[in-house]
Design a protein around this ligand. Structure first.
Ligand SMILES: NC(=O)c1ccc[n+]([C@@H]2O[C@H](COP(=O)([O-])OP(=O)(O)OC[C@H]3O[C@@H](n4cnc5c(N)ncnc54)[C@H](OP(=O)(O)O)[C@@H]3O)[C@@H](O)[C@H]2O)c1
Length: 334
Protein backbone atom coordinates (compact mmCIF):
# COMPACT_ATOMS: atom_id res chain seq x y z
CA UNK A 1 0.00 0.00 0.00
CA UNK A 2 0.99 3.64 -0.45
CA UNK A 3 1.04 6.00 2.51
CA UNK A 4 2.56 9.30 3.60
CA UNK A 5 5.02 9.60 6.49
CA UNK A 6 6.07 12.94 8.00
CA UNK A 7 9.79 13.09 8.63
CA UNK A 8 11.39 15.23 11.35
CA UNK A 9 11.66 18.18 11.65
CA UNK A 10 8.46 18.57 9.58
CA UNK A 11 7.73 21.01 6.75
CA UNK A 12 5.95 20.39 3.46
CA UNK A 13 9.16 18.99 1.91
CA UNK A 14 9.26 16.23 4.54
CA UNK A 15 5.99 14.52 3.60
CA UNK A 16 7.28 11.29 2.05
CA UNK A 17 5.10 9.00 -0.08
CA UNK A 18 6.24 5.44 0.72
CA UNK A 19 5.16 1.83 0.07
CA UNK A 20 4.68 -0.69 2.87
CA UNK A 21 2.88 -3.98 3.49
CA UNK A 22 -0.87 -3.79 4.01
CA UNK A 23 -1.71 -4.52 7.69
CA UNK A 24 -4.04 -7.32 8.81
CA UNK A 25 -6.78 -6.78 11.40
CA UNK A 26 -6.26 -8.23 14.89
CA UNK A 27 -9.06 -9.07 17.34
CA UNK A 28 -11.58 -6.19 17.60
CA UNK A 29 -10.05 -4.38 14.61
CA UNK A 30 -11.22 -3.55 11.09
CA UNK A 31 -9.16 -3.16 7.93
CA UNK A 32 -10.42 -0.08 6.05
CA UNK A 33 -9.49 0.97 2.51
CA UNK A 34 -9.19 4.72 3.05
CA UNK A 35 -10.62 6.61 0.09
CA UNK A 36 -10.50 10.20 1.36
CA UNK A 37 -8.98 12.38 4.09
CA UNK A 38 -9.59 15.96 5.19
CA UNK A 39 -7.07 18.59 6.32
CA UNK A 40 -7.40 20.55 9.54
CA UNK A 41 -5.48 23.39 11.15
CA UNK A 42 -4.06 21.00 13.78
CA UNK A 43 -2.71 18.77 10.99
CA UNK A 44 -1.14 21.83 9.42
CA UNK A 45 0.56 22.74 12.72
CA UNK A 46 1.92 19.17 12.95
CA UNK A 47 3.10 19.12 9.34
CA UNK A 48 4.85 22.46 9.82
CA UNK A 49 6.64 20.96 12.83
CA UNK A 50 4.94 23.47 15.19
CA UNK A 51 3.62 20.71 17.45
CA UNK A 52 5.67 17.73 18.66
CA UNK A 53 5.34 14.58 16.56
CA UNK A 54 7.04 11.22 16.28
CA UNK A 55 9.44 10.98 13.31
CA UNK A 56 7.67 9.01 10.57
CA UNK A 57 4.14 9.62 11.83
CA UNK A 58 1.37 9.13 9.22
CA UNK A 59 -0.51 12.46 9.36
CA UNK A 60 -4.23 13.36 9.30
CA UNK A 61 -6.96 12.78 11.87
CA UNK A 62 -9.90 12.56 9.45
CA UNK A 63 -10.43 9.64 7.07
CA UNK A 64 -13.24 7.80 5.33
CA UNK A 65 -13.45 4.66 3.24
CA UNK A 66 -14.73 1.15 2.93
CA UNK A 67 -14.46 -1.78 5.34
CA UNK A 68 -12.45 -4.60 3.72
CA UNK A 69 -12.01 -7.20 6.49
CA UNK A 70 -12.95 -7.78 10.12
CA UNK A 71 -10.85 -9.11 13.01
CA UNK A 72 -12.29 -11.61 15.49
CA UNK A 73 -15.17 -10.32 17.57
CA UNK A 74 -16.27 -7.44 15.32
CA UNK A 75 -19.98 -7.58 14.60
CA UNK A 76 -21.04 -3.90 14.37
CA UNK A 77 -19.57 -3.49 10.85
CA UNK A 78 -19.33 -5.68 7.76
CA UNK A 79 -17.13 -5.72 4.65
CA UNK A 80 -18.35 -3.12 2.14
CA UNK A 81 -19.66 -0.68 4.77
CA UNK A 82 -18.80 2.99 4.17
CA UNK A 83 -17.27 4.40 7.35
CA UNK A 84 -15.79 7.63 8.67
CA UNK A 85 -13.21 7.95 11.43
CA UNK A 86 -13.90 9.44 14.86
CA UNK A 87 -11.47 11.96 16.31
CA UNK A 88 -11.16 10.39 19.79
CA UNK A 89 -11.40 6.61 19.28
CA UNK A 90 -11.70 5.98 23.05
CA UNK A 91 -14.26 8.74 23.83
CA UNK A 92 -17.34 6.72 23.12
CA UNK A 93 -19.91 8.98 24.82
CA UNK A 94 -20.71 11.02 27.92
CA UNK A 95 -18.21 13.49 29.35
CA UNK A 96 -14.59 13.48 28.25
CA UNK A 97 -12.16 12.09 30.83
CA UNK A 98 -8.34 12.07 30.87
CA UNK A 99 -8.59 8.42 29.85
CA UNK A 100 -10.93 8.88 26.89
CA UNK A 101 -9.10 11.90 25.43
CA UNK A 102 -5.90 9.93 24.80
CA UNK A 103 -4.86 8.65 21.38
CA UNK A 104 -5.67 10.91 18.46
CA UNK A 105 -4.96 9.53 14.97
CA UNK A 106 -2.21 11.42 13.16
CA UNK A 107 -0.89 12.53 16.55
CA UNK A 108 -0.36 9.79 19.13
CA UNK A 109 -0.65 7.01 16.53
CA UNK A 110 -0.59 6.82 12.73
CA UNK A 111 -3.39 8.69 10.95
CA UNK A 112 -5.25 8.36 7.67
CA UNK A 113 -2.89 9.52 4.89
CA UNK A 114 -2.67 5.86 3.88
CA UNK A 115 -4.44 3.53 1.47
CA UNK A 116 -5.25 1.02 4.25
CA UNK A 117 -5.51 1.28 8.03
CA UNK A 118 -6.20 -1.28 10.77
CA UNK A 119 -7.87 0.20 13.82
CA UNK A 120 -10.33 -0.80 16.55
CA UNK A 121 -13.84 -0.97 15.10
CA UNK A 122 -14.97 1.81 17.47
CA UNK A 123 -12.52 4.20 15.75
CA UNK A 124 -15.16 4.49 12.99
CA UNK A 125 -18.86 5.18 12.62
CA UNK A 126 -20.90 4.49 9.53
CA UNK A 127 -20.83 7.36 7.00
CA UNK A 128 -24.04 9.26 6.14
CA UNK A 129 -26.11 7.52 3.45
CA UNK A 130 -25.48 8.95 0.00
CA UNK A 131 -22.24 10.67 0.97
CA UNK A 132 -19.10 10.36 -1.14
CA UNK A 133 -15.98 9.35 0.78
CA UNK A 134 -14.66 12.92 0.43
CA UNK A 135 -17.88 14.32 1.94
CA UNK A 136 -17.74 11.78 4.78
CA UNK A 137 -14.07 12.57 5.56
CA UNK A 138 -14.99 16.25 6.05
CA UNK A 139 -17.08 15.45 9.15
CA UNK A 140 -14.70 14.07 11.79
CA UNK A 141 -13.01 17.14 13.23
CA UNK A 142 -14.86 20.29 12.17
CA UNK A 143 -18.35 18.79 11.71
CA UNK A 144 -18.43 17.20 15.16
CA UNK A 145 -16.95 20.36 16.71
CA UNK A 146 -19.74 22.49 15.28
CA UNK A 147 -22.33 19.91 16.39
CA UNK A 148 -21.05 19.73 19.97
CA UNK A 149 -20.70 23.55 20.17
CA UNK A 150 -24.22 24.26 19.10
CA UNK A 151 -26.35 21.23 19.87
CA UNK A 152 -24.69 19.32 22.75
CA UNK A 153 -23.28 22.24 24.78
CA UNK A 154 -25.36 25.08 23.32
CA UNK A 155 -28.72 23.27 23.29
CA UNK A 156 -29.74 25.46 20.35
CA UNK A 157 -33.47 25.83 19.79
CA UNK A 158 -35.73 27.29 17.08
CA UNK A 159 -35.67 31.08 17.13
CA UNK A 160 -32.19 31.35 18.68
CA UNK A 161 -29.72 33.76 17.08
CA UNK A 162 -26.34 32.20 16.23
CA UNK A 163 -23.20 34.16 15.31
CA UNK A 164 -20.56 32.31 13.27
CA UNK A 165 -17.14 33.91 12.75
CA UNK A 166 -15.43 33.75 9.36
CA UNK A 167 -16.10 31.19 6.68
CA UNK A 168 -13.90 28.36 7.99
CA UNK A 169 -15.16 24.80 8.04
CA UNK A 170 -16.34 24.82 11.69
CA UNK A 171 -18.36 27.97 10.96
CA UNK A 172 -19.89 26.51 7.77
CA UNK A 173 -21.04 23.37 9.60
CA UNK A 174 -22.36 25.51 12.48
CA UNK A 175 -24.32 27.62 9.99
CA UNK A 176 -25.91 24.51 8.49
CA UNK A 177 -26.73 22.90 11.87
CA UNK A 178 -28.15 26.20 13.18
CA UNK A 179 -30.44 26.59 10.17
CA UNK A 180 -31.54 22.94 10.49
CA UNK A 181 -32.43 23.68 14.13
CA UNK A 182 -34.60 26.64 13.09
CA UNK A 183 -32.18 29.29 14.36
CA UNK A 184 -31.32 32.63 12.76
CA UNK A 185 -27.71 32.95 11.64
CA UNK A 186 -25.46 35.99 11.48
CA UNK A 187 -22.25 35.18 9.59
CA UNK A 188 -19.04 37.16 9.20
CA UNK A 189 -16.19 37.07 6.70
CA UNK A 190 -13.33 39.27 5.53
CA UNK A 191 -14.22 38.60 1.90
CA UNK A 192 -17.25 39.95 -0.01
CA UNK A 193 -17.50 36.92 -2.31
CA UNK A 194 -17.42 34.55 0.65
CA UNK A 195 -20.14 36.66 2.32
CA UNK A 196 -22.34 36.12 -0.75
CA UNK A 197 -21.70 32.37 -0.55
CA UNK A 198 -22.58 32.41 3.18
CA UNK A 199 -25.89 34.03 2.25
CA UNK A 200 -26.56 31.36 -0.36
CA UNK A 201 -25.87 28.72 2.32
CA UNK A 202 -28.64 30.25 4.44
CA UNK A 203 -27.08 33.06 6.52
CA UNK A 204 -29.85 35.53 7.42
CA UNK A 205 -27.45 38.45 7.94
CA UNK A 206 -23.80 39.01 7.04
CA UNK A 207 -21.06 41.32 8.31
CA UNK A 208 -17.62 42.02 6.86
CA UNK A 209 -15.46 41.82 10.00
CA UNK A 210 -12.62 43.72 8.30
CA UNK A 211 -14.68 46.76 7.25
CA UNK A 212 -16.84 46.66 10.42
CA UNK A 213 -14.29 46.38 13.29
CA UNK A 214 -17.03 46.57 15.96
CA UNK A 215 -18.89 43.65 14.38
CA UNK A 216 -19.95 42.45 17.84
CA UNK A 217 -22.06 45.57 18.32
CA UNK A 218 -23.36 45.22 14.74
CA UNK A 219 -24.43 41.62 15.42
CA UNK A 220 -26.20 42.79 18.59
CA UNK A 221 -27.98 45.52 16.57
CA UNK A 222 -29.13 42.85 14.11
CA UNK A 223 -30.98 41.17 17.01
CA UNK A 224 -32.80 44.42 17.94
CA UNK A 225 -30.32 44.99 20.74
CA UNK A 226 -31.00 41.69 22.53
CA UNK A 227 -27.74 40.01 21.58
CA UNK A 228 -27.11 36.60 20.09
CA UNK A 229 -27.82 33.35 21.96
CA UNK A 230 -24.71 31.53 20.71
CA UNK A 231 -21.31 32.49 19.34
CA UNK A 232 -19.12 29.86 17.70
CA UNK A 233 -15.81 31.46 18.78
CA UNK A 234 -13.13 30.30 16.37
CA UNK A 235 -10.98 33.44 16.42
CA UNK A 236 -9.45 33.65 19.90
CA UNK A 237 -7.58 36.72 21.23
CA UNK A 238 -8.54 39.14 18.43
CA UNK A 239 -12.23 38.21 18.39
CA UNK A 240 -13.26 37.24 21.92
CA UNK A 241 -14.10 40.78 23.12
CA UNK A 242 -16.38 41.32 20.10
CA UNK A 243 -17.97 37.91 20.66
CA UNK A 244 -18.76 38.92 24.26
CA UNK A 245 -20.15 42.26 22.99
CA UNK A 246 -22.43 40.37 20.60
CA UNK A 247 -23.83 37.99 23.25
CA UNK A 248 -27.16 38.40 24.98
CA UNK A 249 -27.41 38.31 28.78
CA UNK A 250 -27.22 34.60 29.58
CA UNK A 251 -25.85 33.83 26.12
CA UNK A 252 -23.50 30.98 25.26
CA UNK A 253 -20.02 31.19 23.74
CA UNK A 254 -18.52 27.97 22.41
CA UNK A 255 -14.77 28.48 22.74
CA UNK A 256 -13.37 26.58 19.78
CA UNK A 257 -10.54 28.17 17.88
CA UNK A 258 -7.22 29.92 17.89
CA UNK A 259 -7.15 31.51 14.43
CA UNK A 260 -5.61 34.70 15.88
CA UNK A 261 -3.44 33.23 18.64
CA UNK A 262 -3.51 31.35 21.93
CA UNK A 263 -3.65 33.87 24.82
CA UNK A 264 -6.24 36.59 25.33
CA UNK A 265 -7.00 39.32 27.85
CA UNK A 266 -10.64 38.99 28.82
CA UNK A 267 -12.97 41.40 30.62
CA UNK A 268 -14.12 39.17 33.46
CA UNK A 269 -16.94 41.56 34.55
CA UNK A 270 -18.27 41.60 30.96
CA UNK A 271 -18.67 37.83 31.32
CA UNK A 272 -20.06 37.51 34.84
CA UNK A 273 -22.28 40.59 34.83
CA UNK A 274 -23.91 39.30 31.64
CA UNK A 275 -24.02 35.72 32.97
CA UNK A 276 -22.38 34.48 29.80
CA UNK A 277 -21.80 30.74 29.72
CA UNK A 278 -18.58 29.57 28.07
CA UNK A 279 -18.10 26.00 26.88
CA UNK A 280 -14.60 24.78 26.08
CA UNK A 281 -14.96 22.52 23.06
CA UNK A 282 -12.62 19.74 22.04
CA UNK A 283 -14.28 18.04 19.06
CA UNK A 284 -16.73 15.48 20.48
CA UNK A 285 -17.43 11.85 21.28
CA UNK A 286 -18.37 8.92 19.07
CA UNK A 287 -21.99 9.29 20.23
CA UNK A 288 -21.88 12.98 19.21
CA UNK A 289 -20.71 11.91 15.74
CA UNK A 290 -23.47 9.31 15.42
CA UNK A 291 -26.11 11.86 16.51
CA UNK A 292 -24.74 14.39 14.02
CA UNK A 293 -24.87 11.84 11.20
CA UNK A 294 -28.54 11.09 11.95
CA UNK A 295 -29.28 14.85 11.84
CA UNK A 296 -27.35 15.20 8.57
CA UNK A 297 -29.39 12.42 7.00
CA UNK A 298 -32.79 13.60 8.16
CA UNK A 299 -32.06 17.19 7.09
CA UNK A 300 -30.30 16.12 3.85
CA UNK A 301 -27.28 18.30 4.64
CA UNK A 302 -24.18 18.23 2.46
CA UNK A 303 -20.80 19.58 3.59
CA UNK A 304 -19.05 22.35 1.70
CA UNK A 305 -15.97 20.93 -0.01
CA UNK A 306 -13.48 23.43 -1.37
CA UNK A 307 -11.11 21.17 -3.35
CA UNK A 308 -9.64 17.72 -3.23
CA UNK A 309 -6.17 16.60 -4.26
CA UNK A 310 -4.68 13.14 -4.89
CA UNK A 311 -2.77 11.62 -1.94
CA UNK A 312 0.59 12.17 -3.62
CA UNK A 313 -0.15 15.94 -3.79
CA UNK A 314 -0.55 16.24 -0.02
CA UNK A 315 2.07 19.03 0.18
CA UNK A 316 0.21 21.04 -2.51
CA UNK A 317 -3.03 20.50 -0.57
CA UNK A 318 -1.46 21.91 2.61
CA UNK A 319 0.03 24.84 0.67
CA UNK A 320 -3.46 25.59 -0.69
CA UNK A 321 -4.94 25.31 2.81
CA UNK A 322 -2.35 27.72 4.19
CA UNK A 323 -3.40 30.47 1.73
CA UNK A 324 -6.71 30.65 3.67
CA UNK A 325 -8.46 31.27 0.33
CA UNK A 326 -10.48 28.08 0.71
CA UNK A 327 -14.23 28.03 1.32
CA UNK A 328 -15.06 24.67 2.85
CA UNK A 329 -12.99 21.60 3.41
CA UNK A 330 -9.68 20.86 1.71
CA UNK A 331 -9.49 17.08 1.17
CA UNK A 332 -7.37 14.30 -0.30
CA UNK A 333 -8.60 11.46 -2.49
CA UNK A 334 -6.70 8.30 -1.67
N1 LIG B 1 -11.60 23.08 19.67
C1 LIG B 1 -11.87 22.23 18.71
O1 LIG B 1 -12.42 21.15 18.94
C2 LIG B 1 -11.55 22.58 17.29
C3 LIG B 1 -11.95 21.76 16.24
C4 LIG B 1 -11.72 22.16 14.92
C5 LIG B 1 -11.08 23.37 14.68
N2 LIG B 1 -10.66 24.12 15.73
C6 LIG B 1 -10.02 25.43 15.53
O2 LIG B 1 -11.04 26.31 15.06
C7 LIG B 1 -10.47 27.27 14.19
C8 LIG B 1 -11.22 27.23 12.86
O3 LIG B 1 -11.01 25.98 12.26
P1 LIG B 1 -11.55 25.72 10.78
O4 LIG B 1 -11.22 24.32 10.44
O5 LIG B 1 -12.95 26.19 10.66
O6 LIG B 1 -10.55 26.66 9.98
P2 LIG B 1 -10.45 27.00 8.46
O7 LIG B 1 -11.45 26.26 7.66
O8 LIG B 1 -9.03 26.90 8.08
O9 LIG B 1 -10.88 28.55 8.53
C9 LIG B 1 -10.16 29.56 7.93
C10 LIG B 1 -11.03 30.81 7.94
O10 LIG B 1 -11.05 31.39 9.24
C11 LIG B 1 -11.46 32.72 9.09
N3 LIG B 1 -10.72 33.64 9.95
C12 LIG B 1 -9.40 33.85 10.00
N4 LIG B 1 -9.13 34.87 10.86
C13 LIG B 1 -10.33 35.28 11.33
C14 LIG B 1 -10.74 36.30 12.23
N5 LIG B 1 -9.85 37.15 12.80
N6 LIG B 1 -12.05 36.45 12.48
C15 LIG B 1 -12.96 35.63 11.91
N7 LIG B 1 -12.64 34.66 11.03
C16 LIG B 1 -11.34 34.50 10.76
C17 LIG B 1 -11.22 33.12 7.64
O11 LIG B 1 -12.52 33.31 7.08
P3 LIG B 1 -12.78 34.46 5.98
O12 LIG B 1 -11.85 34.14 4.85
O13 LIG B 1 -14.22 34.25 5.65
O14 LIG B 1 -12.51 35.78 6.63
C18 LIG B 1 -10.51 31.90 7.07
O15 LIG B 1 -10.82 31.67 5.73
C19 LIG B 1 -8.99 26.92 14.09
O16 LIG B 1 -8.28 27.69 15.04
C20 LIG B 1 -8.93 25.45 14.48
O17 LIG B 1 -7.68 25.10 15.02
C21 LIG B 1 -10.89 23.76 17.02
Amino acid sequence: MRLVRLRAPGGLGNLDLVEEDTPQPGPGEVLVRIRACALNMRDDFAVQGKTPFVDGRVPLSDGAGEVIALGDGVDALKPGDSVVSVFYPWWLGGDMTPCTRRDIPGDSFDGFASEYVCMPAHAFTRAPAGYTHVEAASLTCTGVTAWRSLVVCGKVKPGDAVLVLGSGSVSLFALQFAKAAGARVIATSSDEQKLERLKRLGADAIINYKSVPDWGRKARDLTDGRGVDHVIEVGGPATLAQSIAASRTGGHIALVGVLTGFAAEVSIPALFSNQIRISGISIGSRVDQEDMIRAIESNRLKPVIDRHFPLQDIATAFAHYETQKHFGKVCLEV
